[in-house]
Ligand binder design. Structure first.
Ligand code: ZN
Length: 700
């Protein structure tokens, strides 16, 4: 591993941190160097600290520990990512016989110098008790590969030399902190401490040296592992097995993985990783027993669960795929529940069993799939799982992999301080849900997208017009994480275009939960003047376009329902015109009525797959944050002319026309979509007006 430290680079970096404590500036610099190496730390794993002094408001000097705060990644950490704690107080805590985790966290919070700073790392006391100025801690792949073996001590000394201390697995927290400092006091000449099945601490009086020691020991471990690899890598075998088609496999898997809890359904976002290395690992001889093993370091358990689910497909037939998923998943879940029961019984503790679904699914021929309640969670699990796969492969040349005992895994998995690290987005009502909104470049789609995103969904906006699509997605990305907003150029009137669009969504997230046919065309002409081609064009988008997207989504919904019961939704943006048509608006009103009727048919046909189909009848929505409504671009000028009004006057006219005398906004339609998509009522085939109340358009 390359030592990235450069005195010149460090000096340049310090210039960017004007006024920053110099120790903290150095701490930030070398922490970032560590964070640049994925083989050292992944997603918040690992932590670093520095002991320094600050001057309080009263002008008194105070010894402090700057320690990595939770929620920060070392690779991008800033000085404010290191909360400062009263060091002398922390060190006095060592006198205690015991200290509960909750009280430990409370002691941290009450001895911080800035009440708004993030929570310090749960390994803070290790950093406080060791006397060194700079301390670096990582869960380096190469180090844990060496420790996750039978009797690793001799090998560790052989590879890393005698200036290391070794500790068996102990849960992070107060007892580990005491053990680490006791070990150091027995062997004050050591430069590093290896924690079996966990990682490595290095320390020194300078930031440069602590970091260099980290790189030194990790490099020794890496070189040893590399020296044990066969000189010529085994040739990549031609995969002789079956590769399941993703459009069938992923929705089946996604449906089966959906968590059912207290009557509500929590779907997963699925992410597929497929590269040469992954595929090679999965088709090696003995791959199943090698890669179905437990995590490299228990810190990963909350992201990936201890074990992956192995799915070896014997057929490309839908029924066979479904049967394999069902039987393997049932076995996986039973084993998980047994592990839980056994642990709570043995430890005589009371805990609430977490869901028993896997987060990592290994499929020879297809790749590595991860499941997360958010895209971020799936991607974090994916990074960890990919590293784990490759570390186990490299480690297999040294000896058989030895996983950590389930009893220790349980302590970590059910540790409240670990659970607290998980992303809070997953508690939003539509977390994990995938939505597709057609006509994505218009004002109403903007309101629908905004509300779906606010409810936690991943949103695909589709449109023919790429410019308008980009305008809407840029606007929404100002309010919501861009990773949850995707755009697809799609023509709802072209079957092939729609099929490709839906397949793309399935490939990228595993399935679809909420379909919002919203694309529409308007045309103003009396029947006498209505051009036949125009009429066909409007019908093609407003009726056939709705049919095309519904038809293409049905196989996804059917497959998701085969092994799971999670509801899916079709929410058609219909129109007030269906019940209250307007003269000179024949093409629009009749084609919208056709789509409305299709919705009712879909409600009848798709109930068997737990798909609910509902319609929203909106009226007079003109724009949304400067995004115009395509409909009003067409009919607005005509309406203004006939009533002799300007744009504001027209808005006022429509406001005065409804019973509630209110302006109807795109966000209101979005609220209605989220209401249906949240499955709050057992409703299908219904119409919800969002029009301020127009008596002539009451649904009947
Ligand atoms: Zn650690």
């Amino acid at each position: 591993m390359k030592n990235r430290y450069s005195a010149e680079e460090a000096a340049l970096f310090f210039q960017t941190l004007e006024g920053c404590n110099t120790d903290l500036a150095m701490r930030t610099y070398t922490s970032r160097l560590i964070g640049q190496e994925e083989d050292l730390v992944l997603h918040g794993g690992g932590n670093t600290s520095v002991k320094s002094q600050i001057t309080t408001l009263l002008g008194e000097d105070c010894d402090v520990l700057f320690i990595k705060g939770s929620g920060w990644d070392l690779g991008s950490i800033e000085p404010q990512g290191f909360p400062a704690l009263d060091l002398n107080y922390l060190q006095r805590l060592r006198k205690l016989e015991r200290l509960s985790d909750e009280e430990m966290v409370n002691q941290f919070r009450t001895h911080m110098l800035d009440s708004s700073a993030p929570n310090p790392s749960i390994e803070t006391l290790v950093h406080a008790f060791l006397p060194h100025k700079f301390i670096d801690h990582t869960h380096a792949d190469a180090i844990v590969s060496l420790t996750n073996m039978d009797h690793p001590e001799d090998r560790l000394r052989e590879v890393l030399g005698d200036k290391i201390g070794i500790l068996p697995w102990i849960m992070p927290g107060f007892p580990l902190s005491k053990k680490v400092v006791e070990l150091y006091e027995r062997q004050p000449e050591i430069e590093a401490i290896i924690l079996l099945n966990h990682g490595i601490f290095t320390f020194a009086e300078s930031g440069d040296l602590a970091y260099s020691r980290m790189i030194h020991y990790v490099t020794l471990a890496e070189e040893y592992i590399t020296s044990r690899q066969p000189c010529s890598p085994s040739p990549i075998a031609v995969y002789g097995g079956i590769t399941p088609p993703t459009e069938i496999f992923l929705p089946l898997l996604r449906g089966a993985l959906t968590i059912e809890a207290a009557g509500s359904f929590l779907p997963f976002y699925l992410q597929v990783r497929q590269n040469k290395e992954i595929l090679h690992c999965l088709q090696e001889e003995g791959a199943r027993s090698r890669y179905e093993s437990g995590v490299l370091t228990p810190d990963h358990v909350i992201r990936t669960k201890n074990y992956p689910l192995w799915l070896d497909m014997q057929s490309t037939e839908e029924e066979d795929i479904s049967r394999t998923i069902e039987s393997e998943l049932t076995a996986y879940e039973t084993a998980y529940r047994n592990y839980f029961k056994q642990q709570v019984t043995e430890k005589e503790v009371e805990r609430i069993c977490l869901d028993s679904k896997p987060r990592v699914i290994l499929v020879p021929g297809l790749g590595l799939i991860t499941a997360g309640r958010t895209k971020k969670a799936a991607s974090v699990a994916g990074d960890i799982a990919e590293h784990t796969l490759l570390a186990k492969q490299r480690g297999s040349c040294i000896g058989p992999y030895q996983e950590l005992a389930q009893s220790h895994i349980f302590d970590m998995e059910y540790w409240s301080l670990e659970q607290a690290k998980l992303d809070k987005t997953s508690s939003l009502p539509l977390a994990g849900c995938v939505a597709m909104v057609t006509g994505g470049g218009g004002a109403i789609a903007c309101g629908i997208g905004r509300k779906l995103l606010a409810a936690g969904a991943h949103v695909y906006l589709t449109d023919l017009n790429e410019d308008r699509l980009n305008q809407v997605s840029i606007l929404l990305a100002q309010e919501f994480p861009a990773e949850r907003i995707r755009t697809l150029v799609m023509d709802v009137t072209e079957r092939q275009s729609v099929v490709i669009g839906i397949q793309t969504i399935v490939k990228e997230c595993g399935g679809l939960d909420i379909l919002v046919p919203n694309a529409g065309l308007a045309h103003v002409a009396t029947l006498e003047d209505l051009d036949e081609q125009k009429f066909r064009q409007v019908t093609e988008v407003n009726t056939m376009g709705v049919f095309q997207v519904i038809q293409a989504a049905i196989p996804v919904f059917r497959r998701q329902a085969m092994l799971g019961k999670a509801p899916a939704h079709i929410i058609i943006n219909s129109s007030k015109n269906v019940f209250a048509p307007g003269a000179a608006f024949g093409a629009y009103s009749s084609s919208k009525a056709g789509a409305h009727q299709l919705g009712k048919i879909a409600a009848m046909e798709l109930a068997a797959y737990n798909v609910r189909v509902n319609m929203i009848n909106a009226d007079a929505i003109f724009d949304d944050h400067n995004i115009s409504s395509g409909l009003w671009d067409v009919i607005g000028p005509d309406r203004m002319r006939s009533r002799n009004l300007d744009p504001e006057g027209l808005k006022a006219y429509y406001r005065e026309r409804n019973l509630l005398k209110t302006e109807v906004l795109a966000d209101h339609v979005g609220n209605a979509v989220v209401f249906f998509a949240s499955t709050l009522t057992p409703t299908t085939g219904a119409t919800l007006p969002v029009d301020g109340g127009v008596a002539a358009a009451f649904p009947r």
